[in-house]
Design a binder for this molecule. Structure first.
Ligand SMILES: NC(=O)C[C@H](N)C(=O)O
Length: 326
């Protein structure tokens, strides 16, 4: 006898819920086309759908992410077997990682979206939604943190990133690859996931910034950061190095005890303190900059914000931010 799985779909907006006009503009729909559509629901699934937001994902904020987290915590208490979140793809990876860091649960949580709006030729929305529901309903997906399902692939929220502006195969996990596939026969995982510390926060510390380094950069942007800054993430060069002219301004922030997290702006690989020259990673680490391995800038910023919101400071914050791949 097959057990019925109760899956809650929380719609937040994004192209998956949008409509293309006759002029070719893509806009939020007045009535979400995914609400009430259920011909695609896999057998053995009882679906409940709810529109928690109807936003383009550039309008998503950490405060709204926290609202989503609270709704998902409530859904689990109410007996849901799994939750699917539909989301715009521009900031999908940030919301997915926020959920991953803050939901302390074995229940599958799967985030999906689409690159083509609901009425466009070749729209990928229903296919992605169906794959996400299959993944959320699978026992194999339990205890895996938040997953991202797009284009038949299952990725961890921790490492997936949007790699193409329009292609339906945009979501990739550069260094480690996807963890599973959604096939006609079901959901298959082929990589073990590394556990991470979850912070069950219910409020947010704000003013956590992200700055990208470039050749010839100086301290102007760092000195322009506001007085009430709580934390900073820097997308550094290569293996984790910065132009020397940035160092005095960075030191001024460190002297004020502003935690600074460093990742690489490279698409692949991890940041490590290996280069020993002025502005090299060895010097940056000695100054007290926290190296974060394996996350991109936008995810490291989320992780720093979540850690600060959990009350972590000093070495505890450094340990939390540092351990994405260990
Ligand atoms: N494909 C998409 O969903 C992109 C859209 N601009 C959004 O993030 O809301």
């Amino acid at each position: 006898m097959t057990v019925t799985k109760h899956i809650l779909v929380l719609h937040t907006g994004g192209t998956i819920s949008m409509t293309e006009t006759r002029d070719g503009d893509i806009m939020p729909s007045k009535h979400n086309p995914l609400l009430g559509a259920d011909s695609f629901v896999p057998a053995g699934v009882e679906l409940t759908s709810e529109e928690i937001f109807n936003l383009p994902s550039p309008h998503m904020t950490p405060e709204r992410m926290l609202t989503l987290v609270k709704r998902i915590r409530q859904a689990e208490k109410d007996g849901a077997d799994g939750v699917v979140v539909t989301h715009g793809t521009d900031t999908l990876e940030e919301t997915a990682y926020f959920l991953d860091l803050t939901l302390d649960s074995a229940m599958p949580v799967v985030v999906t979206g689409a690159m083509r709006s609901s009425n466009e030729i070749g729209s990928d929305g229903l296919e992605n939604l169906q794959s996400a529901i299959k993944t959320a309903a699978s026992d194999e997906s339990r205890n895996k943190g938040t997953l991202v399902v797009m284009n038949d692939e299952i990725h961890t929220a921790r490492f997936v990133t949007k790699t193409h502006t329009t292609n339906v195969a945009t979501f990739r996990t550069p260094t480690f690859g996807p963890v599973g596939l959604v096939t006609k026969d079901g959901v298959r995982f082929f990589q073990e996931l590394i556990n991470q510390e979850v912070c069950a926060i219910d409020h947010l510390v704000d003013h956590v910034f992200l700055i990208k380094a470039y050749a010839g950069m100086d301290g102007t942007l760092f000195d322009a950061l506001p007085e009430n800054i709580h934390g900073l993430t820097i997308e550094a060069l290569g293996a984790g190095n910065l132009p020397p002219a940035t160092l005095p301004a960075i030191q001024r922030l460190l002297d004020r005890h502003v935690p600074i997290v460093l990742v690489s702006r490279c698409f692949n690989g991890v940041a490590q303190a290996v280069y020993n020259y002025e502005g090299g990673g060895v010097q940056l680490k000695k100054m007290g900059i926290i190296f974060c391995q394996g996350l991109n800038g936008q995810k490291a910023r989320i992780k720093l914000q979540v850690g600060l919101s959990d009350g972590k400071r000093g070495q505890a914050l450094a340990d939390f931010v540092d351990n994405a791949v260990s």
